[in-house]
Design a protein around this ligand. Structure first.
Ligand code: MRU
Length: 365
């Protein structure tokens, strides 16, 4: 996607041919900072501290982390050590495990002297595949947006609500939930996006709003509790969100607060779609509500907020009494029954075991 008119991805290999460069997402929207990762530990820290985040991008960063590890030491022992360092960074997005398993499977069959080159090549392929997958999700999602827009009588403003950031910053390019938004905007459908702020880290305010601004898509920032009110008053035509892990029965784990939006959408007959690349499906989990591990993060993310002060400086301020404790659950699971449909690179399906099997097992066979 474009930043100040220039095409950018979220991760790439630097001009030296080996270091891995990323957009440091903790500095957005106020500063565009490129960070360089030079070893597996830096790759792990970038994931853990959320310089990179979003399920698909976490996966690709994990793959490049393996490549950086192979550059230093391509032994069998170091493949296992690098896997452990990267795997334990963030527990919920299944794309990380998927990408690391892919890398380990390939590297363990590769002679030691070729592992570095093979690892960089495969990580690059995973990055390209992710961009392609997301663009295809955009095409399928565009068809849905166009259909609902037409069914609603082609309103002059078509309102889409999204939660957290499932845009190109969460992937390598295009995004999942926002790929259809970009495609529909480019086609001329008069979109307006309600952007949930998405506390505690405010990825909606800092990342989704930034992306949409850069692309020129009309949008308004809303507090996390606003969506239900908007839906009750006919001000949301559809919701599209991303997911960090979708269980084989179609339950969808996504940023905390997604479940409440799905409940409000259900109560108000607002279509609620989830966009996902197939590596986000966890076929080993049958019940997302019971089985997906939910990340719990530091309480400071709840008790403090960061932003630009009126004097232009970036500051952090505490928003509650010194002695108040906080609980910080990062994700929740929306049961499949509240999801209108899953938008994937293989097409759109019902959020159910049958829907996913028909799309990914039977259709591909
Ligand atoms: O904690 P984050 O910022 O990694 O959470 C990201 C989300 O919840 C996204 O909505 C999700 O990864 C889908 S991204 C395509």
């Amino acid at each position: 996607m474009k930043v100040k008119g220039r095409n950018m991805r979220t991760i790439w290999v630097g001009e030296d041919g080996w270091s891995v460069e990323i957009i440091d997402q903790t500095a957005l929207p106020h500063e565009l900072i490129i960070a360089s990762l030079e070893n597996v530990h830096q790759a792990a820290t970038a994931i853990k501290d959320m310089l990179v985040r979003g399920a698909p991008l976490i996966g690709v960063t994990g793959a490049y982390g393996m490549a950086l590890a192979m550059r230093e030491n391509a032994s069998d022992e170091n493949i296992s050590a690098a896997y452990e360092i990267l795997y334990k960074t963030r527990p919920t997005a299944v794309n990380l495990r998927w990408a690391l398993d892919d890398m380990v499977g390939l590297l363990s069959q590769t002679p030691v002297e070729k592992r570095e080159a093979v690892a960089y090549k495969r990580a690059g392929e995973l990055a390209d595949e992710d961009a392609k997958i997301c663009e295809t999700i955009g095409d399928y999602g565009l068809e849905i947006i166009r259909k609902i827009w037409q069914e609603n009588g082609c309103p002059k403003v078509f309102n889409i609500l999204t939660h957290c950031n499932a845009g190109w910053l969460a992937t390598v390019d295009w995004g999942t939930a926002l790929a259809p938004v970009y495609k529909a905007f480019n086609e001329g459908i008069p979109l307006h996006v309600w952007v949930d702020e998405t506390r505690p880290r405010s990825q909606g305010a800092s990342l989704t709003a930034w992306e949409l601004s850069e692309h020129g898509v009309p949008h308004s920032l809303i507090v996390d509790n606003c969506g239900g009110h908007l839906m009750q008053h006919g001000m949301v035509d559809m919701c599209i969100v991303g997911t960090d892990r979708t269980s084989s029965n179609g339950d969808v784990c996504n940023k905390i607060g997604t479940y409440l939006k799905a409940l409000a959408a259900h109560d108000n007959n607002v279509p609620f779609y989830v966009a996902l690349p197939s590596p986000t499906i966890d076929w080993t989990i049958a019940d997302g509500v019971k089985e997906v591990p939910i990340e719990e993060r530091a309480e400071e993310e709840v008790t403090w907020v960061k932003g630009r002060a009126k004097d232009g400086s970036i500051q952090e301020v505490r928003i509650c009494p010194e002695r108040t404790k906080a609980a910080n659950y990062g994700f929740d699971v929306t049961p499949a029954k509240y999801v209108t449909g899953l938008i994937t690179e293989a097409g759109v399906c019902e959020a159910s075991k049958q829907g996913l099997v028909n799309l990914f097992v039977k259709k591909r066979a």
